[in-house]
Write a protein that binds this ligand. Structure first.
Ligand code: PMP
Length: 397
């Protein structure tokens, strides 16, 4: 028998949404780019992905995999051949060894790997410390895993580095994880081996687990990159995340990986096997080709980024907006305080008046106020058109 409709409590579809999801804001970048998409003749310095198409031999490996009928599931952990290649690459590049049979998990990008790591580790209310400005997904991903996001502000005067004193000051008895991302999206900051050692010592002293997102590590322009996982006593308390999106221009393949001690990978794998099953086999075959034969392509793209970075740095200096020289990734985080405008108003004004899209710094956390992020994963010819437009806008303010 059905209840009369009038006795069913009134509800709206919104009431069905879980409370911790209701609190998650929409991405500031998404909202901004919906406006960009409705306009024509816009030069975008906003997108955080390489403008290069995936190198041909990597695409060919994917096509060849399809031709050979590779269309099924793989092991939940990923193809063993790929995990072996990842372990070898991580060992030679980052100087830390993982067992490909138990300590490497192939994921759907670093995005999935980060989500798995947080969900595998956090009990409700555990605190995750991270340096800010930071990648837009960190705070929501922590909240979705029922953790508490604790942002530690970094400053341009410190080259946006995470300072040991700031880390220490943020630690409480509930602190469980330190989430690192060097080179950093959106600032291009890096930490030297010596600076990482100081951070590592604090993590050991306070028994923190480190999740390190090293997706931009190949795109380091100054000193060679050091991974915190390679420092003494850190391998056992670190989850190393990496992927193919940036260095090999493979964002659409959605492929990445996590390396960590076996019990942590096993915990992540138990979530992955029920939620995802495995990363797409075609992307896994392409990733294998990238590791085997993609090194020179990566070096070539990095040289393009370096030239573009230098061009933009000089252009902003000429406009009277000298900015911190990024040591890695492909972003310039430009201070616009001298213009007297907020990040949002600057970005909106530049878009409307000069059709150049940049991202307001506040999309990367409150400490991004007074800055805009410009991506130089954009062709030099486009940057050459954008720079005088920005200069004209700044001159008019
Ligand atoms: N981490 C950082 C710092 C990023 O900037 C991005 C992408 N913009 C990701 C992770 C996500 O990478 P993936 O494509 O591997 O999911």
């Amino acid at each position: 028998m059905h209840l009369p409709v009038s006795t069913v409590p009134a509800t709206s579809p919104n009431d069905f949404v879980a409370e911790h999801v209701r609190g998650i804001p929409r991405s500031g970048i998404r909202d901004f780019f919906e406006i960009v998409q409705s306009m024509s003749d816009v030069i975008s310095l906003g997108i955080g992905e390489p403008d290069f198409v995936t190198p041909w031999h990597i695409r060919e490996a994917a096509i060849y995999a399809l031709e050979r009928g590779k269309t099924g599931y793989t092991s939940n952990l990923g193809l063993l051949r790929l995990r072996e290649a990842i372990a070898e690459y991580v060992s030679t590049t980052y100087h830390v060894s993982y067992d490909p049979t138990t300590e490497v998990l192939v994921t759907v990008g670093v995005s999935e790997a980060l989500d798995l790591a947080l969900r595998a580790i956090l009990n409700p209310g555990d605190e995750v410390l991270y340096h800010e400005p930071c990648y837009v997904s960190y705070s929501p991903s922590i909240a979705l895993a029922h953790g508490r996001a604790v942002a530690i502000s970094t400053r341009e005067a410190d080259e946006f580095k995470l300072r040991p004193a700031a880390l220490k000051a943020a630690i409480t008895p509930k602190s469980k994880v330190l989430l690192l991302n060097f080179p950093t999206n959106p600032t291009g900051a890096v930490l030297t081996a010596r600076e990482l050692e100081e951070i590592a010592a604090i993590c050991r002293e306070h028994n923190l687990l480190v999740i390190t997102d090293e997706i931009y590590s190949e795109l380091s322009y100054a000193e060679p990159h050091t991974s915190i996982a390679s420092l003494p006593g850190m391998r056992e308390r670190t989850i190393f995340l990496h992927g193919f999106s940036k260095a090999f221009a493979m964002t659409g393949f959605r492929i990445g990986y996590a390396c960590a001690p076996a019990p942590l990978i096993d915990a992540m794998m138990r979530i992955h096997q029920y939620g995802i099953l495995c990363a797409p086999i075609i992307s896994q075959e392409a990733a294998l080709e990238a590791l085997r034969h993609g090194h020179n392509d990566m070096l070539e793209m990095r040289e393009h980024y370096r030239k573009r970075r230098n061009f933009l740095l000089y252009a902003f200096r000429e406009m009277g907006l000298p900015c911190f020289e990024p040591r890695g990734a492909f972003y310039l985080f430009v201070g616009i305080k001298p213009t007297g405008k907020s990040s949002h108003d600057f970005a909106m004004g530049l878009l409307k008046q000069e059709q150049v899209a940049v991202v307001p710094g506040t999309a990367f956390g409150a400490s991004g106020e007074g800055y805009i992020r410009c991506s130089y994963a954009t062709a030099l010819e486009q940057l050459e058109i954008a720079a005088p437009r920005i200069a004209r806008f700044v001159g008019k303010l």
